[in-house]
Design a protein around this ligand. Sequence first.
Ligand code: GNR
Ligand code: NI
Length: 176
Amino acid sequence: MTRMSLKKILLHPDPRLKKACEPVADINADLRKLADDMLETMYDAPGVGLAAPQVGKVMRLFVMDFSGKEADPDPRVLFNPRLTWVSETMNTYEEGCLSIPDIYEDVTRPEQVRMVYQNIDGKEIEEEFEGLGATCAQHELDHLDGKLFIDYLSAIKRGMITKKMKKLKKELARDT
Ligand code: GNR
Ligand code: NI
């Protein structure tokens, strides 16, 4: 057993955040270690979700915990997730992303979704999510298809955010 370690979170714009990720073939010890490291990185950030491409892995895997800080932790690991149903009713949530820090914008998505995925033991699970869980699950699934929440905004807004992020990345590169 090895210890967990924090991963570096990629910042937008980055070509690795725009790629469609590959399905995971078999859930071995390396992948379980990656999932553990992603959970630790997510809690450290802190965030409610983290997708593999955000840590430079082109794999269909994300982690999330939308239990809230008052509740007991409820870490989830989802391999090869796919939507099997979305509600007709929609919900608007102010979204953020660890790859686009300090930027929050309203995004409208289905209010409830069902997802089929394999859990950390490789077992196939079907689960329904609503509220923050549904928003987060869809936000993370988008990451696996190379999509960011700013892709739902107007081209003008997205352009402004990308410009801001490029400036931030330059400043961060100067500091190191
Ligand atoms: O931490 C996060 N918070 C959040 C808030 C509203 C909608 C989606 C999210 S996901 C985000 C973490 C992240 O970037 N996951 O990819
Ligand atoms: Ni994100």
